[in-house]
Structures are given as C-alpha cells and as structure tokens.
Design a protein around this ligand. Sequence first.
Ligand SMILES: [Zn+2]
Length: 99
Amino acid sequence: MQDIDYDKAEYVTNRELENDEGEKTGRVKMFSYDNETFHYQLKCPYCGHQFEGSDELGSRPWWIECPECTRSSNINRIKDAAKKEVKKRGPDGVDPDDI
Ligand SMILES: [Zn+2]
C-alpha cells in the first residue's frame, strides 16, 4: 500500500472492524485524494484475510467484499473517521468543517 499524503487526502480512515460476535478482529485503512477513487487495505474480520485495492465508490453505504470468504464489510462513517484524524493533527490541520 502506498504511503498516505495526509496533506492531499480528502478522506482518511483507520479503524477496527467487528465480526458477527462484535469482536474487533478486522481493520480497515482507507483514503482518497479526490473523493472518487478510494484506496483501501483491509483485514477481514470474519476470516483474517488481508487484502488491498482501490475502487471508485458511489453513494453510501459502502461495502467491500473479502475475496477469501466473500463476506462484505460495511465501510460506513468514513467521514466521521476523517474528522477525527484531522482533529488529531492539531491547529495546523485542515478545519474539520471544511471536509
Ligand atoms: Zn474474509
């Protein structure tokens, strides 16, 4: 996976994914520079398979299917995650209201 240029990224998320039991056994990193093509790296919460790719994602909710077990993970609330990332960057970051 390529390094994320946080200054150019419109969306960045990095969070855990829960399986059916609510256990956080998976993880997704996802970012986009143009809000059209999203690059992601995902660890499937159901089978532990790790994969990455990029996709043009349309309207939400977004689902990414695991090529190993064909279960789909819901990648919603990416905007909320992006806001948190920005806030963590401190006063030099982008105003969260601009996102
Ligand atoms: Zn899987």
